[in-house]
Design a protein around this ligand. Structure first.
Ligand SMILES: CCCCC/C=C\CCC/C=C/CC(=O)SCCNC(=O)CCNC(=O)[C@H](O)C(C)(C)COP(=O)(O)OP(=O)(O)OC[C@H]1O[C@@H](n2cnc3c(N)ncnc32)[C@H](O)[C@@H]1OP(=O)(O)O
Length: 280
């Protein structure tokens, strides 16, 4: 029994052979050959909002890392943006959309969420700036969150744009902070400062600077050194499967709901006004 356990540990804990560096301009990914830890950096100025192209790159990279047998991953934003981790989904993808592209976008978002939420390796988001809407969602997909503070904000603010966060957005938050707090949060489109997010458990740790936040992220990943990767993967799977299975079983229905309401005149009007308010 012990021997079998050791074999599993060895075969899945193998450190990647070489340092891989992928720079796809919008997304930079490095794997440290000594530690087997990947750092994935979103780099899409000015605010790292998620276009269809960026979504594709994130999903492709997660799937690659999945095959690479890495030991863990840190997801963060390029430092030069200074105050934004991720400005959310690109609202321009929803405003006066091309229907084919909109359908592609929504499908890719479902797939990317499934990949990121269900990784078989531990993940940490180092939230080095504002993290709103879809930005909050990708941070919440990770197993651990360290947020730089005190001046940044995080939250699912979709209702403020006149749109509806799908069930799996809401479930992802409820799994972290509990149903009641998540309900109050999403219906009001609430955003939280770093301290508030720490207080309600939306983030696990806060840090006054990025380097320290990154260190805390690495510490979290190192805490799995003595955990069998197989046991980690199976346990996480059991914990997250009910939420992910809902989406797998309801992908088409979920897609049609958003695809249809997104193109209604009243939703389009709200989105237009919100985009305008950002420009001011
Ligand atoms: C079937 C599958 C269903 C899947 C679900 C799909 C849909 C569900 C419903 C829709 C869900 C949407 C989720 C979202 O993520 S909505 C977006 C939420 N994000 C926000 O509300 C953030 C908005 N941005 C800001 O608050 C600020 O920009 C900031 C991030 C705090 C940064 O502030 P600052 O540094 O001052 O930068 P500016 O405000 O000046 O912005 C610069 C520039 O960028 C444009 N911009 C900002 N955010 C977005 C965005 N999310 N999308 C598109 N564009 C954005 C902003 O308009 C400025 O543009 P200009 O330079 O042209 O003026």
């Amino acid at each position: 029994m012990l021997k079998r356990y050791n074999i599993i540990l060895y075969s899945t804990n193998k450190i990647v052979n070489s340092c891989r560096y992928v720079s796809q301009s919008m997304l930079k990914s490095t794997v440290n050959e000594k530690t087997g830890i990947a750092t994935v950096i979103i780099n899409k100025p000015p605010v790292n909002c998620i276009s269809l192209e960026l979504l594709n790159k994130i999903n492709t990279e997660i799937n690659k890392l999945q095959k690479d047998n890495i030991r863990g991953m840190i997801l963060t934003s390029v430092r030069s943006l200074q105050k934004v981790f991720c400005g959310g989904l690109d609202i321009k993808e929803f405003y006066n959309p091309n229907p084919d592209r909109l359908a592609k976008y929504l499908t890719n978002l479902q797939d990317t969420w499934l990949s990121l939420y269900m990784t078989s390796f531990p993940t940490v988001s180092v939230i080095n700036g504002h993290s709103l809407g879809g930005g909050c969602l990708i941070a919440m997909c990770c197993d651990y969150r360290v947020m730089v503070g005190p001046d940044y904000t995080i939250g699912l603010n979709e209702t403020k744009l006149g749109v509806v966060p799908p069930k799996w957005f809401q479930d992802t938050m409820a799994a972290i902070i509990g149903h009641r707090k998540a309900e109050v949060s999403v219906i009001a489109g609430k955003t939280y400062t770093t301290d508030e997010a720490l207080q309600i458990g939306l983030v696990d740790e806060s840090s006054p600077d990025i380097d320290n936040a990154y260190k805390k992220g690495i510490q979290f990943l190192n805490s799995f050194e003595k955990i069998s990767p197989w046991a980690f993967k199976m346990t996480k799977n059991i914990s997250r499967q009910p939420i992910s299975q809902w989406l797998i079983d309801n992908k088409q229905k979920d897609l049609e709901f958003v695809f249809n309401y997104m193109q209604t005149p009243s939703v389009q009007k709200h989105l237009g006004l919100y985009l305008q308010s950002l420009k001011k």
